[in-house]
Design a binder for this molecule. Structure first.
Ligand code: F6P
Length: 545
């Protein structure tokens, strides 16, 4: 961490002592303007961060942390195309994928924007063709189903977005996602489909990922087995940066949508990896999705730090992680169609900021990325909210809520919204022992029973939350939401002085799995394995027979 950021963090640590005895209940009582003071809007999109453990003096200290980390300089280097992914010597330009065509952004002296928009135009032709029935199957039939085969960033973002935007499907194809190398995943998916009307997309940045190549081979055999080898070309398309490998697999070049090494896997839904989303919602809606992300990019790039939504959310996250020592962070959308949002953010955040050395390779002596998890409300309320309300860990959380539903179904949406608001209220303000006792006495309970029960019914409160509220979960809003979290992760990586854009931590497991495959699959020797792995392989073999 830069020396100035370290100093700012120390100032925040001292400031925490001022806040420790003060409950959110007191802070709200003292300042009736808390919502106005601690909320920011961007169009219809509002972040309410008033239910956090902060007071007016906290903000300048948090901003000093961003300044000490030289956040704005790093941000400008990212937008400008500098190779800020230092371990892979690459630029980080997912923001260019949603920038307007007229803009000029150079990588190694070359303007990348014409190439970005050429691929978008090729995607548009293909999407329009599949959706209007002019791009057909081998038998000249309209495609009714699309199966996207990919994993990690080549699956999570598009699968989440396709689900989130399902009301925009119109008469487009149904889109399915297969990621796991567990054969159950592809078997269960293909079992429901007719090969004669199914289009397979093989999505892999590297086109070497074992899971994806295995599933792609199985899907190829399924098409060839049911429709004949000649049908394969019409039923496959690929999305990759590795055109040579795509060619080897046998997919024709006019069915390949490329992207670039300056797009990280977990940031690639905006590139051709978004093709299944575009097929699902139509290209006009996909362009709105990109436009929403661009709006958030411009906000992140130009808004003052104290009014900058991703900056504020990133700094609050650091405040809880490094000063309060809160280790996990919950994402709680009150929106069933965001059921995969937390899963996408898990990769985005934990693959980016799950790092233990600085950009210079020194071990950090402070905490970095928290554990990210979550489920939609109201389901979560009936599962893990007990721990968030009364457990021994404090878990800061983001609540997400649309003002308008897509369905007009009685008072469903009013109930959903009431629950969302009620939860943040309960978490912030809790319920004191005196309140519990009064309530129980009012119900006619004996003093002895009240003594026994009251401690169990106390809610400590003072549990921090953000609420993000927006008009409707439409393509533009989803684009804003995803870009917001991308930039939040960037802000935290800048403060922690780590490289948020590599993922070396996934490599060892991959290498060991390749080494173990011949042992597990072909009966290879177990001699060189450690005692535990050897014992497990032998047990696996005995049980498999
Ligand atoms: O395993 C990690 C990872 O490299 C991710 O970063 C990436 O999104 C995923 O694998 C899939 O990679 P690819 O798109 O190259 O198949």
């Amino acid at each position: 961490m830069k020396a100035a950021a370290r100093q700012a963090l120390q100032a925040l640590q001292a400031h925490k002592a001022d806040l420790e005895g003060r409950h959110l209940r007191d802070l709200f009582a003292e300042d009736p303007q808390r919502f106005e003071r601690f909320s920011v809007s961007l169009g219809d999109f509002t972040l309410d961060f008033s239910k956090n453990r902060i007071v007016a003096e906290t903000l300048p200290l948090l901003i000093a942390l961003a300044e000490g980390a030289e956040l704005e300089a790093l941000r400008d280097r990212m937008f400008g195309g500098d190779a800020i992914n230092i371990t892979e010597k690459r630029a980080v330009l997912h923001t260019a994928l949603r920038a307007p065509a007229g803009q000029s952004i150079a990588v190694d002296g070359e303007n990348i924007m014409p190439g970005v928009h050429d691929v978008l135009a090729a995607m548009e032709r293909f999407v329009d063709g599949v959706r209007d029935g002019s791009v057909t199957s081998s038998a000249g039939k309209r495609f009714t189903d699309v199966v996207n085969i990919g994993i990690g960033g080549s699956d999570l973002g598009p699968a989440m977005a396709a689900m989130a935007l399902s009301p925009y499907r119109g008469d487009g194809p149904r889109v399915h996602f297969v990621s796991n190398v567990d054969g159950a995943h592809i078997a269960d998916t293909l079992a429901t489909l007719d090969p004669a009307t199914t289009l397979i997309l093989v999505a892999s940045k590297t086109f070497t990922t074992s899971e994806t190549m295995t599933n792609a081979g199985t899907a190829r055999a399924w098409i060839a087995g049911k429709l004949g080898e000649d049908a394969v070309g019409a039923h496959f398309a690929a999305i990759s940066t590795n055109l040579a490998k795509v060619g080897e697999f046998g997919i024709a070049m006019d069915r390949v949508f490329g992207f670039w090494d300056w797009v990280g896997g977990r940031y690639s839904v905006w590139a051709a990896i978004g093709l299944p989303v575009a097929l699902a919602i139509g290209f006009g809606n996909f362009r709105k999705f990109l436009a929403g992300a661009h709006l958030m990019d411009e906000h992140f790039r130009t808004a003052p730090l104290a009014e900058n939504i991703p900056v504020l959310m990133g700094l609050l996250g650091v405040w809880y992680r490094n000063v309060w020592d809160f280790r996990s962070y919950a994402i709680l959308p009150y929106d069933q169609r965001l059921a995969r949002f937390a899963a996408h953010l898990q990769q985005l955040d934990m693959e980016s900021n799950g790092k233990r050395v600085t950009r210079d390779g020194d071990s950090v002596d402070y905490e970095t990325g928290p554990v990210i998890w979550g489920e939609p409300g109201t389901n979560g309320q009936h599962a893990f909210f007990q721990l968030i309300h009364q457990g021994t860990d404090v878990i800061p959380a983001d609540f997400l809520l649309a003002a308008r539903p897509h369905e007009q179904l009685g008072d469903h949406h009013a109930k959903l919204a009431a629950n969302c608001l009620a939860q943040t209220e309960a978490l912030a303000f809790g319920k004191t022992e005196a309140e519990v006792r009064d309530e129980l006495a009012g119900s006619g309970m004996s003093d002895a029973d009240i003594d026994a029960l009251a401690p169990h019914k106390v809610f400590p409160g003072n549990r921090p939350t953000n609420t993000l509220i927006y008009r409707q979960l439409d393509p533009e809003t989803l684009g804003m939401l995803i870009a917001l979290y991308e930039h939040k992760v960037f802000v935290q990586g800048a403060v922690w002085d780590i490289n948020s854009f590599d993922q070396w931590g996934v490599e060892l497991g991959k290498a060991l799995a390749s080494r173990l495959l011949p042992v597990v699959r072909d009966g290879g020797s177990t001699e060189k394995l450690d005692a535990s792995t050897r014992g497990l392989v032998e047990r696996f073999r005995a049980l498999a027979d």
